[in-house]
Structure formats: C-alpha cells, structure tokens
Write a protein that binds this ligand. Structure first.
Ligand code: KG4
Ligand code: ZN
Length: 359
C-alpha cells in the first residue's frame, strides 16, 4: 500500500536535522544528528530486567521500549535544545532484530513522520554500527571495510558508500562473537552477560596455554568460506576441555581457558578481516558493535593492522553498543545523498539482509 511519499531531502545549504530511533533489541535509543555532528544521544536499556533470565526475553524488551520511547525522544530533544518541529527527517532501525522490539520503534517512527509530515527512513541496524564512526572520525574513505561484532552479529562488510553501496562479504555461520563469549562465561560460572568478565579474566591468563581451534581457516574452508566465521565449535571445544579436566579431578585454570579462548576468537576475526582488506585493496577498517569493547580483539587488530598498513577506526564504546546515534548517523548519510525515503507502509525485517541499507 502506498501512503505518503516524500521527495529526497535537499540540502539547501543547511544539512537536515535527523532524529535516529533504535529499538532492535534491549536498548531504546534516540539521537539527533546534523551532517556528521551528534547533537544529542539518549539510551534507555532494559538489560537489568533480563539479567535474571540469563538472556534477552523478547516480550519484556518490547514492553520496555513502549514505556521508554517517549521519554527517550523528549530527553534527546531537550539535550539538543530542539523541538519536534525542527526535525527534517526520521530514521528508524527497521531490521535486523527482534520483531516485537522493532515493531514498537517503527510504529512510533511512522507516527512521528505522519504527524510532522517529514520523511521516514527505515534503515539497517547493522550498517548503523559502521555508520556511527562518521560522527567520531569523519566521513569514511570511499572504500572501507567494516567488521561489525556484537552479541547478535559478526559480519564483514565492504562499504563502498555507506548510504548506497554496502556488500556483505561474510558472516558467522552460527554464534556471534559476543554470544560465544557469553556461553563460555556460563561455562566458567560468570554472571550474564559473560563477555566482559571473560575479557577481564583473559587478561590474567596465558593465551597460548590451550590450542583451541580456529574454525574455517583451513585451506579447504577458505575456498568457500574465506570471510565467514564459526564460533560454535570453539565454544564446544572449551566445554569439552573443561569437562575432561573435571573428570580427571584437576583444577580448571580459568584465566588460561579464558585467555586461550579469547585469543582464538580475536585471531580468526583479525586474520580474516585483514585478508578481506588485502583482497579488496582497502586500507581503512572500522570495527563496530558491542563486542568491539573486547580487549583481545582491540590489541590484536591494532598490532596486525599496523603491520599490514591498515588504518583502524574504533568508535568509543558508548557508540558501539546499540544506540540512536548510529541510526541517526546512517539516516543522515542517506538523507544527504538524496536516497528516496521509505514508504509509511514499511514493515520490520528481523533478518534484514546486510546489503540492504534502506527499505
Ligand atoms: O552490541 P551489543 O551491546 O548488544 C547486542 O549484541 O545487541 O553487544 C553485546 C555483546 C554481549 O554478548 C557481550 O557479552 C559482548 O558483546 N561484550 C564483550 C565485551 N563487552 C561486551 N565480549 C567480550 N569482551 C568484552 N569486553
Ligand atoms: Zn547492534
């Protein structure tokens, strides 16, 4: 159904003020961006409500978005010293993510677009994790590699143009990097989410103590899955190793387990990313997503990219976890490029393909 179609935003000297809305998982985010300048960024999280369940409960997340949405938008406007009537366009993450959570944000964004008579841009959340870097380090070079790593995603994107041309080179075939850390955290009896705890423990251990597998790196696997990842077998290898130690009554050297596991994850992520940069003649790498907080990944990426002559950009961690700024940043790039806005009949796409920037 065709409801309302707006012409592309024209710059007219002043760049459009974009409201970015994020509600793909457990964070409700609202942010205002003009050009590549971030004017306000407010995030409400329902993580505390999920912790006791050991994972995100979609129903709980959806309800939390419903409650947090209006206060979050009002707070963002107030911090930017702006009012609703100043907004030139509304960008909303319409996928990938949890259907219920996405629906709350997209429905709210449509209501705002309709009430304000402003263009709506349904954008890809994962590409937002790369786009947010423009708010920190300025416009991306024409060809940039983006490694987006979080609890839900592990994807390698070739960004030819953040507003119009993104190619997914590879992704995880099973667990995301953060998810694998959370599962290993559970094996080591650490609180949920285990990722940051495993990271902390790993810093005290020997990364070479246990030779955990590096999946999809054999010559044969590289023929078909050069830029794909797999962490589920690694997590199982860690579980088996712990079980064997327990059965023989030996103590578990938790720091060494954490360090060896973390080294295996970082090694595969960094090696495949550098190979993708080389194969595509790219010398700028953006790392985004909540897992980019991981120290083992940061250290290894810095070290090996320097050797390879690749410039690594990692936004500050508050822009790497889910937030409205990343959606506003992508919406701003899209609006400035004159990409046609979305129709008000758009739905949500929980598994939106990563080559899709706007819907
Ligand atoms: O992007 P994000 O905030 O949330 C979603 O995936 O939606 O990423 C969170 C994920 C969780 O799995 C968390 O355990 C993991 O990233 N994580 C870490 C670290 N910080 C967050 N994993 C390892 N080391 C860290 N320092
Ligand atoms: Zn995310």
């Amino acid at each position: 159904m065709r409801c309302q179609v707006f012409p592309p935003t024209t710059l007219g000297g002043v760049e459009p003020l974009i409201l970015g809305l994020e509600s793909t998982c457990d964070e409700t985010g609202a942010a205002l961006v003009r050009g590549t300048e971030l004017l306000a960024d407010v995030v409400a999280s329902s993580m505390d409500e999920h912790a006791r369940f050991g994972g995100i409960v979609p129903e709980v997340a959806s309800r939390a978005h419903l409650e947090a949405f209006v206060p979050t938008v009002e707070e963002a406007l107030s911090r930017a010293g702006a009012s609703l009537s100043d907004i030139d366009g509304i960008a909303v993450a319409s996928g990938p993510g949890l259907v219920g959570s996405l629906t709350v944000g997209v429905a709210a964004a449509k209501a705002l677009a309709l009430a304000l008579d402003k263009p709506l841009y349904g954008v890809n959340h994962v590409i937002g994790h790369a786009a947010v870097d423009e708010l920190v380090h300025g416009p991306m070079p024409e060809r940039t590699m983006a490694l987006v790593v979080s609890g839900g995603h592990t994807s390698l994107l070739l960004v030819n143009d953040i507003a119009t041309d993104v190619v997914e080179l590879g992704h995880t075939l099973d667990d995301a990097a953060g998810e694998a850390f959370d599962k290993v955290g559970r094996l080591l009896n650490l609180p949920y989410p285990g990722g940051p705890h495993v990271d902390r423990l790993a810093r005290e251990g020997n990364p070479e103590a246990i030779p955990f597998p590096r999946a999809l790196t054999s010559a044969k696997a590289m023929q078909t899955h050069a830029y794909d990842f797999s962490f589920s077998g690694l997590k199982t290898a860690v579980a088996r190793w712990i079980e064997a130690r327990e059965e023989s009554g030996q103590e578990i050297p938790v720091a060494d387990v954490a360090a060896s596991f973390a080294a295996a994850v970082a090694d595969v992520l960094v090696e495949k990313t550098i190979a993708a940069c080389r194969a595509n003649d790219v010398d700028t790498l953006v790392i985004g997503g909540g897992f980019s907080a991981n120290s083992q990944l940061r250290e290894l990426a810095a070290e090996r990219c320097e050797q390879a002559g690749i410039d690594v950009r990692i936004p500050p961690i508050r822009y790497c976890t889910d937030n409205g700024a990343m959606i506003a940043a992508l919406g701003s790039a899209v609006a400035r490029r004159g990409v046609a806005p979305s129709e008000l009949s758009i739905g949500v796409d929980s598994s939106m393909p990563l080559g899709t920037i706007t819907v």
